[in-house]
Design a binder for this molecule. Structure first.
Ligand SMILES: [Zn+2]
Length: 379
């Protein structure tokens, strides 16, 4: 294992931050996996999971069983780690700019399409090598082009540089109150069905574009666009599997979750050829993929307090009462429900709600009217 500390651009005199990166195995030996946790800095289940995964990786390393390359960024957002307001950690948005830490990653698709023009051939493996080499070159060029001035710009770019040529990009997040679920490109499905089953995902949401280029899409989208442009003439596999895994809710920071989660990720790495050994049989899938456009985001019609009647992870029916919002000034009590059958995979973490405020999400099997464009809530 090699540990590296990458200093970020100083945000101000007298202040500095750095990213810790640990590498297992050797570059070029086999497939490369990239893990990071807490890009939204107050989402800690992934940090504990990576802590336990690294214990397994160190044991495997000592036995010479790492057959690929595994890069781990155990906490991906040192900027967000120090953001507190009213004694509460706020790690989703940078306070200075208001920007979501998990949006606005570089989209190298157009540059990549131009860069490989005339260079592709009929050998899929050779094409993948060429494309990865171009991605490495383009991200170096991108740093020169944008010349990051702020630590936020530098953070995004540094993380992208570490993951740009990976076969597997696993970005570990969590929701407010939720069962295990994940987001992934529809072009990575059903390839990723084994990952979904292995980690026990209860809701696997697929979309090509969710909006504003979150971290995972920065690595899957160039392959999608390349295949769209050249795929009828040249063999180009969907060579990068990039996903955002939501490790339940933000308070689900327990060894009882994190140790099995780490073992499941270890088994996934075994199954995909990065670690020697038998991962054993694949667990039975808890869900099939459903479209992100089939998610009904339920919101409050008026302010007040929310009283949930259904737990996160429950299967619900369209029109079923999921709880109510109570305005204790007017006595108004408004039940809420979903437009679709499906799993209630996300629930608001607080109980005070504003008019139009988010309450919960239900994942249906079919796209819903009006669910187009910006599918994920950015703000
Ligand atoms: Zn997150």
């Amino acid at each position: 294992m090699q540990e590296e500390r990458i200093a970020l651009v100083r945000p101000q005199m007298g202040t500095s931050r750095a990213l810790t990166v640990r590498r297992y195995g050797k570059p070029g030996n086999g497939p490369k996996a990239y893990f990071q946790a807490a890009l939204h800095a107050d989402e800690l289940p992934g940090v504990l999971t990576l802590h336990h995964l690294e214990t397994l990786l160190k044991e495997a390393d000592a036995k010479g069983e790492i057959t690929g390359e595994i890069v781990v960024v155990p906490f991906a957002n040192p900027i967000g780690f120090t953001q507190y307001v009213d004694m509460k950690p706020l790690g989703r948005f940078e306070l200075r700019s208001g920007q979501n830490f998990n949006r606005y990653y570089p989209d190298l698709s157009a540059a990549l399409i131009a860069a490989v023009d005339g260079k592709l051939g009929q050998d899929a493996d050779e094409n993948v090598k060429l494309i990865r080499a171009e991605l490495r070159r383009l991200i170096v060029q991108h740093r020169k082009d944008i010349s990051p001035l702020t630590d936020l710009q530098d953070l995004r770019l540094t993380l992208a540089e570490l993951a740009i040529d990976a076969d597997y990009v696993l970005d570990l997040h969590c929701d407010w109150e939720a069962p295990m679920h994940l987001y992934i490109s529809d072009h990575n499905w059903p390839d990723a069905a084994d990952l979904s089953a292995q980690i026990g995902s209860e809701c696997s949401l697929i979309a090509e574009i969710s909006g504003d280029n979150p971290f995972d899409e920065a690595f899957s989208r160039p392959w999608v666009e390349l295949r769209r442009t050249y795929g009828d003439k040249f063999p180009i596999p969907m060579a990068t599997l990039a996903t955002t895994i939501e490790l339940r809710g933000d308070r689900d920071v327990y060894d009882t979750f994190a140790i099995p989660d780490a073992l499941n990720m270890f088994k996934f790495l075994q199954r995909r050829g990065m670690i020697a050994g038998d991962p054993g049989p694949l667990p039975e899938a808890k869900c099939d993929a459903t479209p992100l456009s089939g998610v009904d985001r339920v919101s409050a019609l008026h302010g007040g307090m929310v009283v949930f009647g259904v737990e996160a992870g429950a299967m619900v029916k369209a029109g079923q009462e999921l709880g109510y919002v109570l305005d204790c000034e007017t006595g108004e009590k408004t039940p809420f429900s979903s437009r679709t059958d499906g799993v209630l995979y996300s629930r608001l973490g607080t109980r005070l709600v504003v008019p139009g405020g988010y309450l919960c999400s239900v994942a249906g099997a079919e796209p819903l009217p009006g669910r187009e464009g910006q599918l994920l809530l950015s703000k």
